[in-house]
Design a protein around this ligand. Structure first.
Ligand code: KIV
Ligand code: NA
Length: 269
């Protein structure tokens, strides 16, 4: 079994859709590995895994630890890691140092960074020095304070043109793909047609070259409300809740554990 490489992901454009999901921990990564082409160790773990209000407080050390767990637990999917807020925006040199540390510490294949045209210079700096970059434009959760919240982007012609230019700038800078999050559907379609690298949509367009969702959203593990762009494909919550109830009941009724679960059990006297 050979792990999917970044150049292979690029070659899928126009041939077959890229299926991607997020993974933060080994047990989930292990179960997703065969099904998808790419696993993203997303900074969404700040909100999904740590119950933080946004993604701004996750650190390089935390992302590295999650990335290492996902790489160790998988052998098929290409593993890409989110650069956390504040670890790459200051300068290309800062971005390279932190991206190199994340890749060296985890064995992942590339990094994702959020940002428009001003960050294309950083993409170029990393790619030229051996670090594959997946750009992320449109709704960029790390920019919630400048965007004024989490809302769909590119709804006017002028705003749409700027996002197209953001995506084109990263493509020209050598990004291997672009995540399009929370943008108008026609814009997702237009960017996908305009770029020679794959677009990976989340709340973008069915026309994108690939799709990504937060795994907990498709499993029913992220609470009652899921984003408009997500869909539940399974009910892991019910399975886990039932197992916990059955276990607790067995303990209270003293049907678990039995001597079969114990060490050094003496033969009947
Ligand atoms: O952090 C994340 O999970 C992401 C994807 C949803 C694109 O950035
Ligand atoms: Na992210």
């Amino acid at each position: 079994a050979q792990r999917v490489t970044v150049p292979q992901l690029v070659s899928f454009k126009g041939e077959r859709k890229i299926a991607a999901l997020t993974a933060y921990i080994a047990p989930i990564a292990r179960l997703l590995d065969e099904a998808v082409d790419m696993l993203l160790v997303g900074d969404s773990t700040a909100m999904v895994g740590y119950a933080m209000p946004d993604t701004l407080s996750i650190t390089v050390e935390m992302m590295s630890a999650h990335a290492a767990a996902v790489v160790r637990a998988t052998e098929h999917a290409c593993v890409i890691v989110d650069m956390p807020f504040g670890s790459y925006q200051q300068s290309p040199a800062q971005a390279f140092a932190n991206a190199a540390s994340i890749l060296a510490g985890s064995g992942a294949s590339g990094v994702k960074l959020e940002g428009g045209l001003p960050l294309a210079e950083t993409t170029r700096f990393l790619v030229d020095r051996g670090i594959p970059v997946l750009a992320h434009v449109g709704l960029m959760p790390q920019y919630r304070n400048t965007m004024g919240g989490f809302k769909a982007q590119g709804m006017t012609d002028a705003a749409a043109r700027r996002i197209l230019e953001d995506a084109q700038a990263h493509a020209q800078a050598g990004a291997f793909g672009v995540v399009l999050e929370g943008i108008s559907e026609p814009l997702g379609r237009e960017i996908t047609a305009a770029l020679s690298i794959p677009t990976i949509g989340i709340g973008a367009s069915p026309a994108c070259d690939g799709q990504i969702l937060v795994t907990e959203d498709i499993l029913g593990l992220s609470g009652d409300r899921i984003p408009k762009f997500a869909q539940r494909f399974g009910d892991a919550a019910q399975v886990i809740r039932q197992a916990a109830q059955d276990y607790a009941q067995s303990v209270r009724e003293e049907t678990f554990p039995t001597l079969a679960h114990c060490f050094g059990v003496r033969a009947k006297q």
